[in-house]
Design a protein around this ligand. Structure first.
Ligand SMILES: NC(=O)c1ccc[n+]([C@@H]2O[C@H](COP(=O)([O-])OP(=O)(O)OC[C@H]3O[C@@H](n4cnc5c(N)ncnc54)[C@H](O)[C@@H]3O)[C@@H](O)[C@H]2O)c1
Length: 317
């Protein structure tokens, strides 16, 4: 089954996730959708110092929004902040150093953040694909701790902050790679199964899609969406998937193309005309399962994911 899913997904990717896929999809875009100015609105972009996150933060800054960059590495993040201020002329760029794989730090960060700031839009962009099983200082598997638990804790902590504001939104940068995975809650930290970083990452991205659907049902005041940016030439892909990067080469999307749907979901009035909880690709909601792939999960399996995350989120508060 995994072989079928992977082959169907790769064929789809070559048609849709590449630069030519973007060029073809963008013929249907409404150009005015992103002709907006957003002074007075505040946006948090995790991993905003690199790749898709940086391209997103730059475009929001150019439209006058307040940008909160949430980054792990101080010196790289300072460079990105300075570049965004210089290029956009927007001084309202704030930097917060947080390692999203450490849930205690994430809780503490939000406690401090909400004393001083408001927030309209959270963009869960930071992500990683660590190809060997590594543990955080809390003993958590690193991909799961960053991509799933970190996103869960940050979003859960910020929902009450977002609910106070006008037109609140949460966008999570998932991946089309999640299409090859069915939600699996049996071994969330890969303790008992052979470790395959690509599949662990794809499982985390599936978990983000399930979380987005659940949040949308539980919090109707906030508009939730998740999305696939396409296959994008970023430092992350170069580092974690060198073979894929070399093979796809010039067919990979630019960072600006990868950021397009993130920006549309964060900025365009048209985005919130779509139901909350959907998965987007090139400004359109798209199915979260490949045909015949048997990747749907039951409500009980989804509830189990929430129980696991709640338990860990409370343990590391
Ligand atoms: N590039 C692609 O083809 C592609 C495809 C599908 C999905 N994505 C997703 O897009 C998002 C952005 O990735 P990218 O390709 O721009 O890669 P990137 O490596 O350039 O950017 C990822 C950012 O996340 C940050 N980050 C990682 N772990 C962190 C942690 N523990 N705490 C704080 N920040 C952390 C990194 O420092 C970096 O700033 C990711 O969620 C990725 O999974 C990318």
């Amino acid at each position: 089954m995994l072989l079928y899913r992977s082959a169907a997904w790769f064929a789809k990717g070559l048609r849709e996730y590449t630069k030519s896929g973007y060029e073809s999809a963008s013929k249907d875009f409404v150009p005015d959708d992103l002709e907006v100015q957003v002074p007075g609105r505040a946006f948090m972009v995790t991993g905003g110092n690199s790749g898709i996150g940086k391209a997103t933060a730059m475009e929001i800054a150019k439209r006058g929004g307040t940008v909160h960059l949430v980054c792990r590495d101080h010196s790289r993040a300072e460079g990105a902040k300075a570049e965004i201020i210089r290029e956009s002329g927007n001084q309202n760029i704030f930097l917060h150093i947080v390692d999203l794989s450490l849930p205690k730090s994430v809780w503490k960060f939000v406690e401090n953040f909400k004393q001083e700031h408001t927030l309209n839009v959270l963009i869960n962009n930071a992500g990683c694909m660590v190809n060997k099983r590594e543990l955080t200082e809390d003993g958590l598997e690193k991909n799961f701790a960053t991509n799933t638990l970190g996103v869960y804790v940050l979003t859960t902590a910020l929902i009450p902050v977002l609910e106070k504001e006008h037109d609140p939104r949460v966008i999570t940068v998932s991946s089309g790679g999640m299409l090859v995975q069915k939600l699996n809650t049996d071994d969330p930290q890969s303790e008992r199964t052979a470790f395959d970083g690509t599949m662990v990452y794809a499982q985390n991205k599936r978990q983000q899609v399930v979380l987005t659907e659940r949040w949308a049902r539980a919090h109707p005041a906030v508009h939730f969406s998740c999305m696939h940016p396409g296959w994008v030439d970023t430092p992350g892909v170069r580092l974690s998937m060198p073979g894929f990067h070399a093979r796809l080469g010039a067919r990979l999307r630019s960072e600006a193309q990868g950021a397009d749907t993130v920006l549309w979901l964060a900025l365009a009035p048209a985005a919130t005309a779509q139901p909350s909880g959907c998965f987007f690709q090139d400004r359109k909601p798209v199915p979260t399962h490949l045909p015949l792939a048997r990747t749907s999960s039951s409500p009980a399996e989804e509830e189990k994911l929430i129980e696991i995350l709640e338990e860990l989120a409370r343990r590391f508060k």
